[in-house]
Design a protein around this ligand. Structure first.
Ligand code: GSH
Length: 208
């Protein structure tokens, strides 16, 4: 299996989940700075994912699975004993999917593309930051009541995704000062050995 990734982007989430699950992946880096995006072996990434975005997971049967929320569930389901996602068909699994969808649609797609492209203008970026402040306050309250992780005591795929996306806050000037539970969550996840390993493998800066 091969994960197509770009350093520090949303593909960090499946990278973390694979390491936490003990699933061995080949990695192929995609250069998002060039269009169309080439991979590090010189392949045209749009031939792998026509939408041109990471993450994409090439399965052993040669098919390609896209969309981060689906990829993390696929990887975690390969190792059910890891507890990274609850068993399929359970209410707990539906809560996990609810979080993954919330992170994808309410957080991920609010940070990106809006806050990564100054050409959208400060008005659009202010709207995105205001909306994120509301959504992050919701996460803050939830962690205060039901933490330390999103679904309680167990670290899951949703936590890997939340960590990855909220990790963009400093770069995108999203202020986390009002969210102490969320900041503690970020420190907690950042301290996990497999999370550090994934970040190191991607060449990201790791807090001491
Ligand atoms: N809907 C996709 C979005 C993935 C996405 O936004 N990927 C970004 C990096 S975080 C990307 O590759 N952007 C480059 C591009 O769209 O050309 C998912 O949830 O996996």
């Amino acid at each position: 299996m091969k994960l197509y990734y770009a350093t520090g982007t949303c593909s960090l989430s499946p990278h973390i989940v694979a390491l936490e699950a003990g699933v061995v992946l080949d990695l192929e880096k995609v250069n998002l700075a060039r269009t169309p995006h080439p991979t590090e072996t010189g392949a045209d990434f749009t031939a792998i994912n026509p939408n041109g975005y990471v993450p994409a997971l090439e399965l052993d049967d040669g098919s390609v699975l896209t969309e981060g929320a689906a990829i993390v569930q696929y990887l975690a389901d390969l190792r059910p004993e890891s507890g990274l996602v609850p068993r399929s068909g359970t209410t707990e699994r539906h809560h996990q999917q609810s979080w993954l969808n919330f992170i994808a649609s309410e957080l991920h797609k609010m940070y990106s593309p809006w806050l990564f492209h100054p050409e959208y203008g400060s008005q659009a970026q202010d709207v995105a930051r205001n909306m994120l402040a509301k959504r992050l306050a919701f996460v803050e309250n939830h962690l205060a009541k039901s933490g330390p992780y999103l679904t309680g005591e167990q670290f899951t795929a949703a936590d890997a995704y939340l960590f990855t996306i909220v990790g963009w806050s400093a770069f995108t000037k999203v202020d986390l000062t009002a969210f102490p539970q969320l900041r503690a969550f970020m420190d907690r996840v950042a301290a996990r050995p497999r999370v550090r390993e994934a970040m190191h493998a991607e060449g990201m800066k790791i807090a001491a």
